[in-house]
Design a protein around this ligand. Sequence first.
Ligand code: GDP
Ligand code: MG
Length: 439
Amino acid sequence: LAERLQGTIQKLKGKGKVSEQDVKEMMREVRFALIEADVNLKVVKEFVKNVSERAIGSEVMKSLTPGQQVIKIVQDELTNLMGGEQSPIKFSTKSPTVIMMVGLQGAGKTTTTGKLANVLRKKYNRKPLLVAADIYRPAAVQQLQTLGKQLSLPVFSLGTDISPVEIARKAIEHAKEEHHDVVIIDTAGRLHIDEELMQELKDIRALKEPDEVFLVVDAMTGQDAVNVAQSFNETVGITGVVLTKLDGDTRGGAALSIRSVTQKPIKFVGMGEKMDALETFHPERMAQRILGMGDVLSLIEKAQANVDMEKAKELEQKFMTQTFTFDDFVEQLQALKKMGPLDDILKMIPGVNKMKGLDNVKVDEKQMGRLEAIIYSMTPAEKTNPEIINGNRKKRIAKGSGTTIQDVNRLLKQFEEMKKMMKQMTGMTQGKGKGKKKM
Ligand code: GDP
Ligand code: MG
């Protein structure tokens, strides 16, 4: 989906004038791209109608940058389609908060139960209790226990002879005694939706109205995921959706359709099998990602998890105001090292994902030490104002860092590129109108 839309957008971007015909043509391609991405037909129709109405409106046509305006409208409407705002977890005022995980077999319920508990502990400072209520497969109980061990989190289990409703009831009691403030119930799934399963889920629900009922669906199943969401919502009732395996989904159809079909928000997305691969779902960021603007905010969030919060905020500010210096650069290099494989990180930066060789911005891990040495050889004034670095200064810096003038030149150039990219990024995020929300 992303690729197709990006092509269309490239065409529009440079246009100084956009005719009604251009918009119509673009909408035809957008429509096609969405259908190809397995987006629900009704949703596609509605979307195309909304965008066309706004785009053909007179302000857009008269504005100085109509191409950009149309893109912004597409992005806005994609964001709206996915719910507009990020939807937070609803916690109970009376402990414990009960979260029930439901969904078909293999969707990722058990895995997500572990991941969610991990998020709740790390990000929300909660003390979760995991509950093994899938009694139909002994392996399921074990699977959750293994995850619990891995995360050093307690798992409540009563084996497979007691009914799930009873397990859930006892687990909630146990949580109260042991002062767990969140209970996450991992329930059984079936291959298909059936009466018995739905009844069981309803019975658990009836026990103590859960604060959240999260439907876990596999993004790779596209339209099926949407249908599953619709039937679970109608029969059991859900409060939110976790879309798993988004790391393997290139089409994005489910992400785009679920909200408008069920009216229930996507709260989290699964991005891999590991226990830290659960991300908060941000409609706006997803829309940007789909349109190929990279995912700057997620990148910043990733940095926050690894660097300290204050620093990340500062950095974001610097990104926005373009007062990024070599001191920040060196700090970033160090943070990058902690963040994991550079290729992954680079992919999140706007534009970079489309560059073939990544040459201009590539920060070779082996080279990092050298870059740092060069920066450390600069004076504070040089670090803040690299423009003052003339031939003599370059010579001194090269000598001081044990590198060559070419190395120094290369770094200066890289730094310039980075700043240029930031400028572009800032231009884009500022154009968003509704204001950027940080969590
Ligand atoms: P359940 O039957 O709904 O409990 O599903 P499981 O939690 O057992 O998950 C089924 C399979 O999907 C397992 O192999 C998981 O590792 C895998 N899985 C779950 N979530 C994700 C995800 O976000 N990305 C990827 N790539 N795999 C996932
Ligand atoms: Mg399971």
